[in-house]
Ligand binder design. Structure first.
Ligand SMILES: [Zn+2]
Length: 225
């Protein structure tokens, strides 16, 4: 599958935020993204492998995709969850439940919804190429978090192969200002928040890819895309 690079975004520190689009034109797109939290290298690694595979000419996928390999490029470089303003980008989107308070510093939502250039870039792409599905790759406790009944079928494909627990976002607003809230509200998009396990002495990035390769490829090859 051939991809073209879209006009890049710019982070707080002036770093380039890259995005790629497949050649297929569509009214709505499947987004594969990672690195919303800069210290979650596991998700970034999974997406890198998936993107390499998608660009391989031998595979048969032809659905419309947008790829954002690392959204929080400054946090990724610095090894921090938040961006360079100390903002949790997954609490900073302009959903109806956005709140200015956070129970912990690491969840600081910013001074206003959409105050951060990384999220401004993301929303600009969403507005130009509306999402119908968003897979956002994180890492924490392994789980597949889905944002409503319509999203369950996406989650089930993944969980069938990696046996990670399926977790529903209760009442449709799990995290104020998150993509799981904003995606459905603004674009009627299905949002799957995938939590990979964390690397440890006994678990390498390659191990994490191996235990998720079939699950993630199966989702991307499915007719839901
Ligand atoms: Zn995360």
């Amino acid at each position: 599958m051939n991809f073209t690079q879209l006009k890049s975004g710019t982070s707080v520190e002036g770093e380039e935020i890259k995005a790629y689009k497949s050649e297929e034109k569509s009214e709505s797109y499947n987004y594969l993204m990672a690195g919303v939290h800069g210290d979650e290298v596991e998700g970034v690694y999974l997406l890198k492998n998936l993107f390499d595979w998608l660009q391989d000419e031998d595979q048969q996928v032809s659905a419309p995709f947008i790829i954002i390999p690392v959204l929080n490029v400054d946090g990724y470089r610095a090894g921090t969850r938040t961006n360079s303003h100390g903002v949790d980008l997954n609490r900073n989107l302009p959903s109806t439940h956005w709140v200015s308070k956070a129970r912990d510093k690491k969840y600081y939502p910013g001074t206003n919804p959409l105050s951060e250039p990384e999220n401004q870039f993301l929303v600009k792409i969403f507005d130009k190429f509306p999402p119908k599905f968003i897979l956002t790759l994180h890492s924490w406790k392994p789980m597949v978090n889905y944002n409503g009944d319509d999203c369950l079928k996406y989650a089930q494909i993944v969980s069938k192969y990696n046996n990670y627990p399926l977790v529903a976002d209760i009442e449709g607003h799990p995290t104020p200002g998150s993509l799981g809230e904003f995606g459905p509200e603004k674009y009627n998009a299905q949002v799957l928040t995938f939590e990979a396990p964390l690397i440890s002495e006994n678990l390498t990035l390659e191990n994490i890819w191996q235990e998720n390769e079939i699950a993630l490829k199966s989702l991307i090859k499915s007719d839901l895309m």
